[in-house]
Design a protein around this ligand. Structure first.
Ligand SMILES: [Zn+2]
Length: 100
């Protein structure tokens, strides 16, 4: 003869696998988000360190140097107007205008 405890146990056994699976999925998703945030955080720290300790060399893309931690050379873009020196990054294609 089943007791209420037996019925409860049997019901819980039927549901527990679904609940465990849902929690595993949630944990995996949270761990992936934490890993992503940790990577972004470490990149920002690296960028801050470089901003405070190094100067970008001449004719190197400042965006790649400070934000991507690489040294990508700039190439001169032929004059479209006189008095303006334009450069383009070979990697990110950002265009830079020499300040006057
Ligand atoms: Zn660049």
């Amino acid at each position: 003869m089943d007791t209420f405890a037996d019925e409860f146990r049997a019901g819980l056994i039927r549901k527990i696998g679904v609940r465990i699976s849902a929690k595993q999925d949630a944990l995996l998703k949270a761990e992936q988000e934490v890993a992503k945030l940790r990577t972004e955080y470490e990149q920002l720290q690296k960028t801050e360190t470089r901003l405070n300790s190094e100067e970008c060399p001449p004719l190197v893309c400042p965006s790649c140097f400070y934000e991507r931690h690489t040294s990508s050379p700039l190439r001169a873009i032929p004059f479209r107007t006189e008095n303006v020196d334009l450069f383009e990054c070979k990697t990110c294609e950002h265009q830079w205008q020499q300040p006057e």
